[in-house]
Design a protein around this ligand. Sequence first.
Ligand SMILES: Cc1cc2nc3c(=O)[nH]c(=O)nc-3n(C[C@H](O)[C@H](O)[C@H](O)COP(=O)(O)O)c2cc1C
Length: 327
Amino acid sequence: MKKLDRRLSIAPMMDHTDRHFRYLMRLITRRTLLYTEMITTGALLHGPRDDLLAFSTEEHPIALQLGGNQPDKLAECAGLAEDRGYDEVNLNVGCPSDRVLNGRFGACLMAEPELVAECVRRMIQEISIPVTVKTRIGIDDRDRYEHLCKFIEIVRTAGCNTFIIHARKAWLSGLSPKQNREIPPLQYRTVHQLKQDFPDLEIVINGGFTKLEQVGCQLTMVDGVMIGRGVIHNPYLLAEADRQIFGLRSAVPSREAILEHYLRYIEQQLVQGAHLQAMTRHVLGLYLGQYGARKFRRILTENARKTGSGRAVFTQALAAVQTVPQI
Ligand SMILES: Cc1cc2nc3c(=O)[nH]c(=O)nc-3n(C[C@H](O)[C@H](O)[C@H](O)COP(=O)(O)O)c2cc1C
């Protein structure tokens, strides 16, 4: 089995890590592992399968995240992912949304480690690409370190060697998904301890990272770092990832070069019927912290939804960040 480099990855995020976003990120970093949004087994088996699984070859390495709790259905979906060319299948055991809880999957599966193990076992039997699990450090009152260790111990016996741990617990009732990403405190030490207690497992830490320096520091204690919201707000934060994290000698892409490439992609996608706004929304943070960034955002936001908009909107937005005021 090909070993995937998980030193740095971009988190699965519903409504964000769609294929346009992933393509954009691939223009910024060639090596960072990309995750899809969570796709449920129900959607994949009964919905528009080809659309849900679609990705561009440039997006490799790419992992598909699945949501579900039925071993056979997960195995079938994992098979579809492998056939479509994904590099990894990840099981979501960390999402606390009501929709997910009603379906009895996501974070609530932390209370059913045997079922998770069975899901993993069936998926591993079905495919030859890696199967990984993304989870939390605990849920509700099952938040002691012993609970987490027991969960890991049981799931690893099914053959899962890679765990991505969002370093905060989730409250399954009373908090919205957004609050569950902010209110329970981050406990990085728990994840570091996990790596010490399970040194043969690959442990990826997630939660609250916004700088590459933090990634470098974490990599002295765990095997990988996954970043979510930090990249949405500031996609360019990964511009030096290939050099700093993966040791490549490639040149750091300029924002303008990224935009020019992305624009070519946009033009291709528009011909195929994609909506401009669905693609421009991902670049809104590209100039974060630069002169004219707010105007850049505003021009794109206001104009991208107008019918017939295309390259001209970008040219106008780009002018806003290139016109440095004379002093
Ligand atoms: C808008 C949004 C959607 C998310 N959707 C998913 C998802 O589909 N699957 C998942 O495992 N986690 C999901 N998450 C959680 C992230 O993957 C990540 O664990 C969390 O945001 C913490 O990392 P961060 O602090 O770097 O953002 C989502 C987070 C956000 C902000």
